[in-house]
Design a protein around this ligand. Structure first.
Ligand code: AHR
Length: 320
């Protein structure tokens, strides 16, 4: 073989390796290749979820290609298309929002690459993905609503409630609101006087709560769709000279470390857990798919709830 041809073949081999085109079942390393598109790094929950996915992939010997979409759907779609081009074995993603996935999911299906949804749902035809692993967000909203119903069962006048919603159009924001509002509807004294998105971030939670506090002199309870927005709101409440957990009761969802600490400290009153530890179950699903074994279409994460005392007891051994 002449030198020019040898060099050309070597260059082609390098280019294929860089794009992961040797992938397929096995790839260059003989490992399963998983392309994972993460929502972003908006919250403590998300950081714990990313850590879980990365650690579990390593422990399972799966070659993980990871990308952070910075809470933008267009970034996720571009990443998924790049995973299709790279011919990864399986694609997993946590969709920023519920709608708008049909085209890219059809492209993955046409390329015969199985897709697994983690954490959040889409409204596409279920035949376009193999499995959906994650929480029941409606149930989380209902758990918080049940606590509020019980807390105010003897109320004789209006209870003014503020809701900090998650990212607009995302499954957890839609479902938690639905679950919560369906429960509190049982007591006409419970009134949602303001409900706005804080995009699941601490900074937005603080800013939105500051504006709501200015416009509403009497707030009895805050329901934040995640701990981070609740923690941002706590700063706003304290800066307004009020005592979080006492002057304004606070209920949230997630139970990440900082939220649990605030609960144990009496600044939050109740948290419904949303587990970010999806990594091990995801790797099991990926392995089963590659082995041609059946996987459940819907796998719901096991979760609990925490009072202030339960948070103080759980904190020392909490993993995230
Ligand atoms: O999809 C899960 C939600 O997304 C978590 O409750 C929240 O903290 C995160 O940003």
């Amino acid at each position: 073989m002449n030198r020019k041809l040898t060099a050309l073949l070597a260059a082609m081999a390098l280019a294929l390796a860089a794009t992961g085109c040797g992938g397929g079942s096995g790839g260059d390393s003989g490992k399963i290749t998983l392309g994972f598109s993460q929502v972003g790094s908006e919250s403590g929950w998300r950081e714990a979820n990313t850590k879980s996915v990365k650690e579990s992939a390593q422990a399972a010997g799966i070659d993980l290609k990871f990308s952070d979409a910075q809470q933008k759907q267009e970034n996720q779609i571009a990443t998924i298309r790049s995973y299709i081009q790279q011919k990864v074995d399986v694609i997993a993603f946590s969709p920023v929002v519920v709608t708008g996935w049909d085209a890219v999911l059809k492209e993955a299906q046409a390329a015969k690459i199985p897709v697994v949804l983690t954490d959040r749902a889409v409204d596409s035809d279920p035949s376009l993905y193999v499995s959906f692993l994650g929480s029941d967000f409606v149930k989380e909203g209902e758990a918080v609503g049940d606590w509020v119903l019980d807390e105010y069962k003897d109320a004789t006048g209006p209870v003014n409630i503020v809701q900090l919603e998650g990212t607009v159009g995302s499954a957890p924001a839609i479902d938690r609101k639905k679950g919560f509002e369906s429960k509190i509807a049982a007591n006409p004294n419970l009134k949602v006087i303001a409900s706005q998105s804080g995009d699941f971030t601490r900074a937005d939670g603080k800013e939105v709560m500051q504006a709501i506090l200015k416009a509403n002199p009497k707030i009895d309870l805050l329901f934040a769709h995640n701990d981070d927005m609740g923690l941002g709101a706590i700063q706003a409440i304290e800066e307004a000279g009020k005592k979080p957990g006492v002057d304004i009761k606070i209920v949230t969802i997630d139970a990440v470390h900082d939220g649990m600490q605030a609960l144990a400290d009496g600044k939050i009153n109740f948290i419904a857990e949303c587990s970010p530890l999806l990594g091990d179950q995801l790797m099991d699903i990926v392995k089963k798919i590659k082995a041609g074994q059946p996987v459940d279409k819907r796998i719901v994460t096991t979760e609990t709830t925490f009072t202030q005392q339960q948070a103080a007891e759980a904190l020392p051994t909490r993993k995230y």
